[in-house]
Design a protein around this ligand. Structure first.
Ligand code: ADP
Length: 300
């Protein structure tokens, strides 16, 4: 299905993204043209293969829709549903004010999309506000599955060099090669905190510094908090920091808000709350209710 592209709307690590129209239907779409790596003999980057593979398997209102894939002049093109903005832009837009019901609504949509990935044993592995796209109707959708992996086979080693630094979980920072949905939950916890604070919560300036930033905020975990931590490949003598009570930083948040946030940011990965359990947490049942998507700030 060919498209006429107009303006460039974004540039990612492995693709340029254009606003385009499908020639047959006139539907506005995002056309993701994959930059073909000169080094790869097959000419097709593994990121593109992954993105196509996973998006085809994932159909959900909170996951970006892949309309089509085609090759043109030797390049792979992904035709995606067009989404005009993203959560990073909304967080950074100081002209917008948002309240507790808005945060609840965005988190609920993000967790619904994530639960859909995890129930199909797919890890996103690059969650950050910039990859949570927002539709004109206010719907939030998980995008950018270029780093996604399936984790059905627990014996297979996975790369720990994934996830943008500020959203990277402690097990990844300690070099874990066997990890699971907890890496996405950690990232989602960081995003939840960022929605509450309107600035990134755990913003380390280097990869080593990231671990220290996490420990300064949440306290250095001991063997009791994280059984087996000393067995992780990059484990080293960790600087000891006390935990800062969340309440001191998140002054305006309710107790159920902080309870859910703390459960998403549990150190020991198997004890971290799942997307499904998070959706069932009392935070989502308490007042205020989640704002209906069409009434969210930043919706055109
Ligand atoms: P990469 O995987 O290479 O990082 P992304 O998927 O993050 O590429 O896309 C790069 C940019 O293109 C995004 O930051 C966003 O601005 C824009 N973009 C991506 N997908 C869409 C879409 N479906 N609709 C509108 N803009 C998009």
């Amino acid at each position: 299905m060919a498209c006429a592209s107009s303006r460039k709307v974004g540039e990612g690590t492995y693709a340029n993204v254009y606003e385009a129209r499908m020639l047959r239907t006139g539907l506005k779409v995002a056309l993701k043209k994959i930059k073909v790596s000169k080094l790869r003999a097959d000419g097709l980057d593994v990121s593109a293969v992954r993105e196509v593979k996973f998006l085809r398997e994932l159909e959900h209102p909170n996951i970006v829709r892949l309309h089509d894939v085609y090759a043109h002049k030797g390049n792979v093109h992904l035709v995606l549903e067009f989404l005009p903005t993203d959560l990073e832009a909304v967080i950074k837009n100081s002209a917008l004010t948002f309240g507790p019901g808005d945060v609840k609504s965005w988190l609920m949509m993000a967790l619904r999309g994530l639960h859909h990935c995890h129930r199909q044993l797919i890890l996103h592995r690059d969650l950050k506000p910039n990859n949570l796209l927002l539709g004109r109707d206010g719907q939030l959708k998980l995008a950018d599955f270029g780093l996604a992996r399936d984790y059905g086979d627990p014996a297979r080693a996975l790369s720990s060099q994934v996830v943008t630094r500020w959203y990277r979980s402690p097990e990844l920072l300690l070099g874990a090669q066997h990890y699971g949905p907890g890496v996405d939950i950690w990232a989602m916890g960081c995003i939840f905190a960022e929605l509450l604070l309107r600035v990134p919560y755990l913003a380390g300036d280097t990869d080593i510094g990231q671990l220290h930033t996490i420990f300064r905020a949440l306290g250095t975990p001991g063997a009791a908090d994280w059984p087996g931590i000393e067995l992780l490949p990059d484990y080293h003598a960790l600087p000891q920091y006390p935990r800062t009570p969340m309440r001191t930083l998140f002054t305006a948040a309710g107790s159920e808000t902080l309870d859910l946030l703390e459960r998403m940011l549990v150190f020991y990965p198997p004890a971290r709350i799942s997307a499904l359990a998070a959706l069932g947490h009392r935070y989502f049942k308490m007042m205020p209710p989640p704002t209906p998507p069409a009434q969210l700030p930043g919706v055109a």
